[in-house]
Write a protein that binds this ligand. Structure first.
Ligand code: ATP
Ligand code: MG
Length: 383
């Protein structure tokens, strides 16, 4: 009896004539997620089956499948010949030994000699005869046995629908550049864009030697965690040390963050355009900190033309933390290493800086020269 994982996809079916394209991207993503594990992936009318795997790797397979965007639900079960005895053997393996249950059949193969109702009744009857502690309850059963009689002479037997990550296959919604810090928010922002099908590349600004090697390692690790969902492991780093020194030296202290953000956005936009990214992505959430007021956001927005997507704009910190934990990033995000934004941090940052004030202070800097100097420090890490 062959154990299988059945994968059902989410919104893909909504896409009408794009369906073929979506399915191709989805299967490439599934293959990538399963890389390194023995398996065969097969498509059968609206589902994918993972077969021929090592049973001790089943948990790993399920974990990886559950992280692929576009997976609506998945089930672990058996694929058997569409014959009563074979079906019942599989049913015995997925059914509980006691409590209430219900058999639900989906019959695609109209040539199968029994109707869905008849198959439900016969399998249910055999189970009752086999296990004394079982009882049928068609309204609120404690357990289900699902039978899916396929057109190719095989039947899929499983006991539960496990929830997938939902969303759309990564690669079907363009490409964005995520500004990733070492904090909690930005990896979560990347997660949500990937969930909507966007390919996400990461960009991190550091202030070496003010920030250390461990701070960088932390961002590498966060990008790697994100890549389990986004499928792409590209992280670029740029030094903003000279920029921060110049701001510190020449400009009003309360604008350190505001001016630095404007540099970050400008640099990010250039690198994004060079690499085919169609937008910037940040982890900003309205009002969360001094620089995330609408005035602060407007001031950084004003220096770029690419759209800046902020998927967390309406999230509370608590909601962001819950997602960070669920995606497995939280423990890394809270490690106590310095971020460049904590270097030269003013005691009282400007909360609602006026545009004229920002421009006046920024005019004291050689903006273009500093950007080029920073771009010269660009490094690319493939994860
Ligand atoms: P996070 O938890 O992502 O660090 P935060 O709440 O600390 O966010 P800020 O420090 O104000 O917020 O940063 C806002 C956003 O700016 C971040 O979510 C990130 O997208 C971007 N950002 C901040 N610092 C950096 C950095 N060093 N490198 C790249 N992007 C950064
Ligand atoms: Mg931060």
């Amino acid at each position: 009896m062959e154990k299988i994982v059945i994968i059902r996809y989410a919104e893909i079916h909504l896409k009408g004539k794009n369906r073929g394209y979506f399915e191709r991207v989805f299967s490439v993503n599934l293959e990538r997620a399963l890389r390194g594990l023995r398996h065969e992936l097969r498509r059968t009318s609206g589902r994918y089956l993972v077969e021929a795997f090592d049973e001790e790797e089943l948990d790993e397979i399920c974990g990886r499948v559950s992280r692929v965007f576009g997976v609506h639900s998945y089930s672990v079960g058996y694929k058997v010949a569409s014959e009563m005895e074979a079906i019942f053997q599989a049913v015995k393996s997925v059914a509980p030994a006691e409590g209430t249950f219900k058999v639900e059949t989906h019959r695609a193969d109209k040539k199968f000699p029994l109707t869905s109702m008849q198959l439900n009744a016969q399998i249910g009857g055999k189970l009752l005869a086999e296990f004394g502690g079982l009882k049928v309850d068609v309204h609120t059963p404690a357990a289900y046995v699902y039978l899916d009689v396929r057109e190719n002479g095989t039947t899929l037997v499983f006991g539960a629908f496990l929830k997938g990550s939902g969303g759309m296959p990564v690669g079907t919604s363009g490409k964005g550049m995520l500004l990733i810090s070492g904090g909690i928010d930005s990896p979560v922002a990347g997660y949500y864009m990937a969930k909507r099908g966007m390919t996400v590349e990461c960009l991190h600004f550091h202030s070496y030697p003010y920030t250390n090697e461990q701070a960088k390692e932390k961002v590498v690790e966060l990008s790697r965690i994100l890549s389990r969902y986004s499928g792409v492991g590209v992280l670029r780093t740029v030094s903003v040390t000279r920029i921060q020194e110049a701001i510190h030296e020449k400009c009003a202290a309360d604008l350190m963050i505001t001016l630095l953000r404007r540099f970050m956005y400008r640099i990010a936009e250039r690198i994004a355009k060079q690499n085919g990214c169609q937008c910037l992505i940040t982890g900003e959430s309205l009002g969360q900190v001094a620089s995330q007021t609408i005035e602060g956001i407007s001031s950084s927005n004003a220096v770029v033309t690419l759209p800046v997507l902020r998927p967390l704009i309406g999230f509370d910190k608590e909601e962001i933390i819950a997602r960070s934990q669920a995606m497995g990033a939280y423990e890394t995000s809270v490690l106590p290493f310095e971020d460049c934004c904590t270097v030269f941090l003013p005691e009282f940052p400007a909360i609602k800086p006026k545009p004229s004030y920002i421009l006046e202070e920024e005019a004291k800097l050689d903006v273009e020269g500093l950007i080029n100097e920073a771009l010269a420090t660009l490094e690319k890490i493939t994860l």
